[in-house]
Design a protein around this ligand. Structure first.
Ligand SMILES: Nc1nc2c(ncn2[C@@H]2O[C@H](COP(=O)(O)OP(=O)(O)OP(=O)(O)O)[C@@H](O)[C@H]2O)c(=O)[nH]1
Ligand SMILES: [Mg+2]
Length: 392
């Protein structure tokens, strides 16, 4: 799971580590220079003390150019020590520069500036894009990581890989926590029977996910009815019946070619008459480009008024899954997604992107072909696996 994502991140970690190493060696050089220049510093200091306050800057500027060099003593590149924006263009004295160097070396720290992060951030954006993270999502993550790292004091000798990981981890958690919906709480608080409709393109795992969600709900003592709303594909009704039999559930069905909305309507009536808590309704797989089938889906939704419309797609489809989710959501607003086949997904991009792009939460992840292979979506669970901190 997500092996390529982890692999791609190494470039970002290495770029950040080497930038920090560069800064450390520069800081140490300056520290060495400071010792050689001690006498010059003393002179600067005494001159500064002797002058009235208003002239102090002028004295620094003057005295920092003992060998006739220009008075702008602040080093041209690269600035190790970010100055607070003062709003003026006063040249920085070498005195203050060396004092800063001294304190930074003393504290054994360097501070990361925005320009230090150019390369690492580029590496991060590339890693995310190559992992199929959608562009606006990759840009958002990069923005978050950058704002977390800029101005951060970095202890010399500490583990820079950990710094990179911590920052990315918290950016991912923030992103994935947006639009969160607690499925269990939702079901608990909703008037029964709760009607849940599953839609998506062909073969993504809708019917399997219905069976998994049924078992998940049964484990919480809810009673469940299945609606065989895929009246289109040959064998689809029988497939749902196999699951119904395995789980001991009533499957409400009509004939192949029948009206899916009518099947779902009947299933809801059955649930009401028999005091069942939840109706899980299957639908035929349809391509987002098939106008007739998309129209039919809108009709099913209009007639059956599901409480939750869940879009199901497979994580391995990467950017395609994200794009399909966006188009389904535009056609008829979804309430959330289930991403299946996460167990076979090396990249992780769709799992990261889909909630952000649709503005609707991921509710579950499918992690295999058997009923228990369903994980309620939690940002930490996913990030632990993306970052390699937990096994699948
Ligand atoms: N590895 C893995 N396979 C899965 C997962 N979910 C579903 N599958 C497999 O994906 C295949 C298709 O699953 P279905 O549930 O029939 O998909 P569907 O969306 O209902 O398909 P259509 O009704 O034809 O549109 C089956 O072989 C499932 O076992 C998952 O999380 N992991
Ligand atoms: Mg199906």
């Amino acid at each position: 799971m997500f092996s390529r994502f982890k692999e791609k991140l190494t470039g970002f970690k290495e770029a950040l580590s080497s930038k920090i190493a560069e800064k450390v060696s520069l800081a140490e050089k300056i520290a060495g220079k400071k010792d050689n220049d001690k006498s010059a510093d003393k002179e600067i200091e005494s001159q500064a003390k002797a002058l009235p306050a208003a002239d102090k800057n002028a004295a620094h500027v003057k005295s920092t150019a003992p060998n006739g060099a220009s008075s702008g003593a602040s080093p041209a590149k690269p600035s190790l020590f970010p100055e607070k924006a003062t709003g003026d263009n006063k040249p920085k004295s070498r005195f203050s520069f060396l004092e800063k160097a001294k304190s930074l070396i003393f504290e054994q720290e360097v501070i990361l500036e925005e320009k230090d992060l150019e390369e690492p951030m580029w590496a991060l954006e590339m890693a995310l894009m190559e992992s199929d993270v959608a562009l606006p999502v990759a840009e958002e993550i990069v923005r978050e990581v950058k704002s977390d790292l800029v101005g951060k004091k970095k202890k010399i000798g500490a583990d820079t890989g950990a710094l990179a990981e911590q920052s990315l981890r918290s950016a991912l958690i923030t992103l994935l926590s947006k639009n969160h919906l607690d499925f269990d709480e939702y079901i608990k608080g909703k008037e029964k029977p709760v009607k849940i409709l599953f839609v998506g393109v062909n073969g993504t795992g809708k019917t399997t996910s219905i069976a998994k969600v049924a078992r998940y709900l049964m484990n919480q003592n809810y009673s469940v009815v299945l609606a065989a709303g895929d009246t289109f594909r040959a064998g689809a009704i029988e497939q749902l019946e196999v699951h119904g039999n395995s789980l001991g559930l009533k499957v409400v069905k009509h004939k192949t070619g029948g009206d899916p909305a009518a099947v779902i309507f009947d299933a809801v009536e059955y649930a009401k008459a028999h005091n069942k808590d939840i109706v899980l309704a299957d639908t035929a797989g349809r391509l987002h480009t098939n106008i007739n089938l998309m129209d039919q889906m809108r009709k099913i939704v209009r007639v059956t008024k599901p409480d939750l419309l869940i879009f199901v797609d497979e994580a391995i489809a990467g950017n395609d899954a994200v794009e399909r989710a966006r188009l389904f959501n535009e056609s008829v607003p979804i309430d959330g997604s289930i991403l299946t086949k996460t167990d076979a997904d090396a990249k992780g991009g769709s799992a990261i992107s889909i909630a952000y792009i649709t503005g609707k939460p991921v509710l579950f992840l499918g992690i295999g072909q058997t009923y228990p292979d369903l994980v309620k979506f939690e940002p930490e669970w996913l990030v632990d696996r993306l970052m390699g901190e937990a096994e699948a």
